[in-house]
Design a protein around this ligand. Structure first.
Ligand SMILES: Cc1cc2nc3c(=O)[nH]c(=O)nc-3n(C[C@H](O)[C@H](O)[C@H](O)COP(=O)(O)O)c2cc1C
Length: 185
C-alpha cells in the first residue's frame, strides 16, 4: 500500500489525548490518537485504549489498572512534545515542570485540556505490538474547555522540528511493531 490512498488510514485516528497512569516510581503520561468509544449504554461508558508496548505508560496502565484520559484542545498542544516525543523509560520524572493534577488513584491529568476521564481497566487484549485496554469511565471532569484536537489541526501548530523528530521516532517504533504485531500474510 502506498500513495494518497493510504491517507484515509489517518482519518481513523481519534482525537488527541494524554493517557496518564502511575507506578511505584510515580506518575507518567503519553500522547495517544487511539482512544475509541466502546459502549451504547450511557450509564456504563466504556472506551478502547490502544497503547504500544514500547511505551512506559503501557506497563503502568497494565500494572495499576487505572488511567486518566485528558482530551486535548489546541490550547494544550504544548503537551505533545514532552508527552509524545519523550519516554518515561529514558527520562525519569518526565512530568517534572508540567502543570498536572492527580486523580484519587494517582493518575496524572492536565488542566489545559477539554475534559478528564477517570478510568478503570476492565479487560486487556494482546495485539502483539500493543495492548487494547477496554476501560470503564468512572467519572468525568470538565477542564479549561475548547474543542477536541485532531491530528490534522495539531500538525499545523506543532512545527517542523516536532514533525521531523516524530517521523524519526515513529520509524524506529514501526520496526519493533513490524516484528511483534499480530498479523497474517
Ligand atoms: C501525535 C502522536 C500520537 C501518538 N499516538 C499514540 C497512540 O495512539 N498509541 C501509542 O501507544 N502511542 C502513541 N504515541 C506515542 C507515545 O505518545 C510516545 O511513544 C511517548 O513517548 C510514550 O511515552 P512513555 O514511554 O513515557 O509512555 C503518539 C505520539 C504522538 C506524538
Amino acid at each position: 500500500m502506498a500513495g494518497r490512498a493510504t491517507d484515509i488510514l489517518s482519518a481513523f485516528w481519534a482525537p488527541l489525548c494524554a493517557i496518564g497512569s502511575h507506578g511505584t516510581s510515580g506518575p507518567n503520561a503519553q500522547i495517544s490518537v487511539s482512544v475509541f468509544g466502546a459502549s451504547i449504554v450511557p450509564e456504563r461508558p466504556r472506551l478502547l485504549v490502544v497503547l504500544h508496548k514500547t511505551n512506559y505508560t503501557h506497563d503502568l496502565v497494565s500494572q495499576a489498572g487505572t488511567l486518566a484520559i485528558t482530551a486535548l484542545s489546541r490550547g494544550s498542544a504544548g503537551l505533545l512534545e514532552p508527552l509524545g516525543l519523550v519516554s518515561g523509560r529514558e527520562r525519569k520524572n518526565k512530568l517534572d515542570g508540567l502543570d498536572y493534577k492527580l486523580t484519587a488513584a494517582g493518575d496524572p491529568y492536565f488542566a489545559t485540556g477539554v475534559a478528564m476521564l477517570d478510568c478503570e481497566v476492565l479487560t486487556e487484549h494482546d495485539l502483539g505490538d500493543a495492548t487494547s485496554f477496554l476501560v470503564a469511565v468512572r467519572s468525568l471532569e470538565a477542564l479549561a474547555g475548547g474543542d477536541p484536537l485532531g491530528w490534522q489541526e495539531a500538525k499545523e501548530v506543532v512545527g517542523e522540528e516536532f514533525l521531523a523528530r516524530w517521523a524519526e521516532k515513529s520509524a524506529r517504533e514501526r520496526e519493533v511493531a513490524f516484528a511483534t504485531m499480530t498479523w497474517k500474510d
